[in-house]
Design a protein around this ligand. Structure first.
Ligand SMILES: Cc1cc2nc3c(=O)[nH]c(=O)nc-3n(C[C@H](O)[C@H](O)[C@H](O)COP(=O)(O)OP(=O)(O)OC[C@H]3O[C@@H](n4cnc5c(N)ncnc54)[C@H](O)[C@@H]3O)c2cc1C
Length: 292
């Protein structure tokens, strides 16, 4: 059933301080809306429970991408188009730039925001594995002040997060320490744009003469939350990449994930694909380390 517009109220207070103050006055009553690309789908299908929306769109405090010391700070309401066109994001955080270019079509990238992707908390979201491997941190803001948390701690279970009802994500912080790393990402779906991933993966690594010095692998659509494959990483670190190690890594990948059967794919297919993607990444990491 379609929603009735007259049941809804949308306000745009125009500054971050005013939005934060409104959320504090009536916690849980006002729902933030940034680009609206997730919320408007719910609205259009009559499934948007919240009737009072407060806009984050075009608040300058939430739209900047800026260098602060040894990190890049991305405003939570920064749309994908700004991300994939930003020089530092493209050069230093290519996994995020690529995920931004995969998120829907151009219209969606002009409206959809990184903060919205995080809070919507889909385990299939494209940008979230990249945030896990870059070890992003989030600055959350409310009238009580700011708190800084590790992104990896944000999702507690399927579609559940630690965000309080009066809180916003203000900034996504990325440490600038990945020069020289090999980056790898794949989205496996009906197609790259305009399709939800059956499996997506983002990985980073450094190797020398075939030995893995550092490695980070994260995947989407294989667990209730976007998942960092810590055990696989642990087994790979310090080892020489050969066919035995690749086979071992694939076995551990399968033991770390808990994919489901749904309308887009099956658990068996998701497992097989992720194992193959990790294998492909290890071969690229090995080749890249020998070229360097
Ligand atoms: C046609 C189409 C294609 C799409 N394709 C993809 C795709 O390929 N990959 C993918 O990952 N996603 C895709 N999406 C989903 C969507 O575009 C993304 O999740 C997007 O990042 C959501 O951002 P938004 O600003 O539009 O969020 P909104 O819809 O505005 O909000 C989403 C949620 O986040 C909350 N929120 C937003 N910003 C903040 C903040 N700063 N602090 C606290 N809460 C906040 C809102 O309250 C709401 O709960 C697609 C959507 C559509 C309609």
């Amino acid at each position: 059933m379609r929603a009735n517009p007259s049941d809804y109220e949308l306000v745009a207070p125009g500054s971050l301080a005013a939005v934060v103050s409104l959320l504090a006055q009536e916690p849980g009553v006002w729902l933030p809306i940034a680009g609206g690309t997730d919320l408007m789908v719910l609205y259009a299908s009559g499934r948007l429970a919240a009737c009072r929306l407060v806009s984050l769109w075009n608040l300058p405090e939430l739209r900047q991408i800026e260098v602060a010391g040894d990190e890049l700070r991305i405003g939570a309401a920064c749309p994908y188009t700004d991300l994939r066109e930003n020089e530092i994001v493209c050069l230093e955080f290519p996994l995020l730039a690529k995920a931004a270019s995969w998120t829907g079509g151009i219209a969606n990238q002009n409206r959809g925001t990184l903060g919205g992707n995080i809070v919507n908390a889909s385990p299939a979201a494209d940008s979230l594995p990249a945030l896990l491997v870059y070890e992003a941190e989030l600055i959350l803001i409310s009238r009580r002040g700011e708190r800084r948390i590790r992104y990896v701690d944000f999702h507690t279970s399927y579609k559940k997060t630690i965000l309080a009802p009066d809180e916003l994500i203000r900034t996504i912080c990325l440490p600038r320490r990945y020069a020289g790393y090999i980056s790898y990402s794949r989205k496996v779906g009906a197609r790259n744009a305009q399709a939800i991933a059956k499996v997506c993966v983002a990985a980073l690594g450094q190797s020398e003469n075939g030995v893995v010095n550092d490695i980070r692998i994260a995947a989407g659509s294989v667990a209730p939350v976007p998942l960092r494959l810590r055990e696989t990483e642990r087994v790979l670190r310090g080892k020489v990449i050969d066919s035995a190690l690749v086979s071992q890594a694939k076995r551990i990948v399968a033991s770390e994930i808990s994919p489901i059967d749904d309308i887009r794919s099956t658990a068996a297919y998701r497992t097989a694909v992720l194992k193959n993607l990790v294998g492909e990444f290890l071969l690229e990491l090995d080749a890249g380390g020998r070229r360097a």
